[in-house]
Design a protein around this ligand. Structure first.
Ligand SMILES: [Zn+2]
Length: 244
């Protein structure tokens, strides 16, 4: 009996090299049809899947979901095999294509419940006060002291109850390895640009710029010499932030 069981498991695990070849062929085939796939490439080496603290925090958050433990392990292997051939992050939704054993990649659709306006506002306020310049943030320097902004209850990382997903594969499991691989793909996308977190939860980056500016101006005015009649013009602000 166990022999058959083992055979079944090995049969359901396509070789890494085979997955890689199929993934490359799928990206090429999509390009020929005029579709732009955006693959998520794993970092070289056998270290952590994500490099930044916030990417690693995303993975750690996923791995807290004990119900998915075995699937996440397969998802990691799938992700490292370069199977996430397309992944697009939109507000409240991630659409991905993950290469499996058959020729055409499976379609993965992940939905994340939107944050309430109240929570969005609270996150923006907190970030705005901590982030010194928006360009620093865009360059991927996210202050680690804001870690709980992601992981706290009601933070940017969704709880299991806030996530739903579907995959076009025939796997009966609640979370198949394709969904799990896409989840790691999201972490690597975040690694590249932490603003995807905000985008995914439906928070517009322009709102950060507004709040950061307001706070900066406020503190500049507070620090200004007493009785000064200095007026901050728009050009001062442009110089201050560099990116506006
Ligand atoms: Zn699947």
């Amino acid at each position: 009996m166990s022999r058959y069981w083992n055979t079944g498991i090995s049969y359901s695990q396509p070789a890494v090299e085979d997955l890689r070849k199929k993934a490359a062929a799928s990206v090429q085939a999509a390009a020929k049809k005029g579709q732009k796939f955006e693959p998520v490439l794993p970092h070289k080496g056998k270290g952590q899947i994500c490099e930044s603290w916030w990417g690693q925090a995303w993975c750690a958050n996923l791995e807290r979901y004990a119900d998915y433990a075995s699937r996440l392990e397969r998802g990691r292997r799938y992700f490292r095999s370069g199977t996430v051939v397309d992944l697009k992050i939109r507000p409240g939704r991630v659409e991905a294509r993950v290469q499996g054993s058959r020729k055409t990649p499976y379609k993965v659709d992940i939905r994340i419940s939107p944050l309430s306006e109240e929570k969005c506002q609270a996150i923006i306020e907190r970030c705005g006060r901590k982030i010194k310049t928006i360009d620093k943030l865009i360059n991927g320097e996210f202050p680690e002291e804001l870690q709980d902004l992601f992981t706290a209850e009601g933070g940017l990382f969704p709880s299991p109850a806030e996530i739903s997903f579907i995959c076009s594969c025939p796997d009966w499991a609640l979370m198949c390895k394709h969904v799990a691989a896409a989840m790691y793909g999201i972490g690597v996308r975040f690694d590249e640009n932490p603003f995807f977190f905000f985008h995914l939860r439906g928070i517009d980056i322009d709102r950060f710029i507004d709040v950061t500016l307001e706070n900066k101006v406020e503190s500049m005015l507070q620090n200004a010499d007493v009785d000064t009649d200095r007026i901050l013009h728009e050009t001062d602000l442009t110089g201050l932030f560099g990116v506006l």
